[in-house]
Design a protein around this ligand. Structure first.
Ligand SMILES: [Fe+2]
Length: 447
């Protein structure tokens, strides 16, 4: 062997190693991101100040508030503005009136406007209503959800208020949906209270027209020890039907719509088996009648099944405590946020695929300023079916008492592209619930 050949040998070896490394890298990148080039985060939107009359209703949004009722929430600068909603089924003709409650809060040097919550009803199902907040001002309209299937939910978590948020909201606006569900992290106010106001204005066109059912994430905490309790702003602004569902906290509640029972849980409030949330969940699930509500869903912020490097293991404690309850009740679908990417699982329980477990979907990719969680674990777990780090939103169409169609719509630049879709059948007819009857009784109802 010549001297030159001896010198080439290590170089060739290095080359082979480098090429192998590049191939592995390409396979890894393709495995997690496909051929789509992920966009960078976009800036927070600018909201130019425009003068308004002090009684002008701002940040109008609606939420389901018990059977055939809707809560209308809005804010006025005028502290003496009444919490009155006039409404009817024809434009400009309001033959019904309801009066609600008002609140306000201070946060360091910030003083909120008057926050009004007024429950209206009883309302007809699947009907357009026209309404006016405070007894005067602009007219808004909403449609009540249907009483029967089909029903469509729009789902987007970790929204924020950036250019990507706007893109996601535009796409949701194009979809024919009945109820919006948000598994936490709304405004990304993060202690700067005026951001709650701009977020409220940003979502008003959608949230005043269809009910927005939300649960809270870490960005809603805004806790300042000894000065400000956690979730104070969130609770004041986004009141959900917790009293209507027998809960003593706005941080966890449930609601029925069409033939679905939906449980909204709090990832940042106590969830151990001695906690109020656990007791409430157990009692709530024990009351579910799958003949009346064949579909059972749960939403919370921190995912239990997550193969992204981001927020790895953060949901483990809550999962250890509460997953047996959801399993015993036969929850069909769990929707979570927090991780800024999309991932869908098989039916899964206790860390493994299980035909009687829930389908877990992480959809924390609404478009906030923190950007995407690009890095998935190299080894895709056996329960993970689809994962991708892109902004987007989901649509769940429950077609009938047995079948639902889930789709995830990626924000491909500013176009929406349906990138994942699956038919899901409810557990009601699977035999899981009947087989687990004794387990259910033991776990949900006690010995
Ligand atoms: Fe989060």
């Amino acid at each position: 062997m010549s001297k030159d050949q001896r010198n080439m040998k290590p170089n060739l070896k290095t080359l082979v190693i480098l090429v192998s490394f590049a191939v592995v890298l390409i396979i890894k990148v393709n495995a997690t991101t496909g051929d789509y080039i992920r966009p960078p985060p976009r800036r927070n939107l600018q909201f130019p100040w425009s003068p308004k009359h002090s009684s002008h209703p701002q940040q109008v949004h609606i939420s389901l508030a018990g059977d055939k009722h809707m809560r209308v929430t809005w804010i006025t600068d005028d502290k003496s503005a009444p919490a009155v909603v006039k409404y009817g089924t024809s434009p400009g003709k309001y033959n019904s009136l309801a009066e609600g409650e008002s609140t306000s809060y201070s946060y360091l040097f910030y003083n909120s406007g008057k926050i009004h919550h007024t429950v209206i009803g009883p309302l007809e199902d699947d009907t357009v209503y026209y309404y006016q907040c405070g007894g005067k001002g602009p007219e808004f309209k909403f449609k009540t959800p249907p009483s029967e299937f089909p029903i469509t939910f729009a789902v987007a978590g970790d929204l924020g208020q950036t250019g990507w948020t706007k893109s996601t909201l535009d796409h949701i606006d194009q979809c024919k949906y009945d109820v919006h569900m948000l598994p936490g992290d709304l405004s990304y106010a993060d202690y700067i209270q005026s951001r709650w106001d701009t977020f409220g204005e940003l979502v008003q066109p959608l949230a005043s027209a269809r009910p927005w059912m939300v649960t809270q994430g870490n960005h809603e905490k805004e806790h300042i020890p000894l000065i400000k309790e956690a979730f104070a702003s969130y609770n004041a602004r986004w009141k959900m039907p917790y009293e209507e569902s027998g809960s003593n906290s706005n941080l966890y509640y449930s609601f029925d719509v069409a033939g679905a029972h939906i449980v909204m849980l709090g990832s940042y409030t106590d969830y151990d088996q001695y906690s109020d949330q656990y007791s409430w969940l157990k009692a709530d699930l024990a009351k579910v009648d799958r003949e009346r509500t064949p579909w059972l869903l749960a939403l919370f912020h921190v995912p239990w099944y997550n193969s992204n490097e981001a927020h790895q293991g953060e949901g483990d404690d809550m999962m250890a405590s509460m997953e047996p309850l959801l399993y015993a009740a036969g929850v069909d679908i769990v929707l979570a946020g927090h991780v800024h990417a999309y991932e869908r699982s098989q039916r899964v329980y206790n860390g493994r695929s299980d035909p009687c477990g829930a389908v877990h979907i992480t959809i924390g990719d609404g478009g906030n300023r923190e950007g995407l969680a690009h890095r998935f674990k190299n080894q895709q777990p056996e329960w993970s079916v689809f994962r991708e780090a892109s902004f987007g939103h989901g649509e769940l169409k429950i077609v009938n008492s047995t079948h639902a169609f889930w789709s995830w719509h990626r924000n491909d630049d500013d176009e929406q592209v349906r990138s994942d879709q699956v038919w899901i059948t409810t557990l009601r007819n699977s035999g899981c619930i009947a087989e687990k009857g004794h387990v259910m009784r033991k776990i949900l109802l006690g010995p």
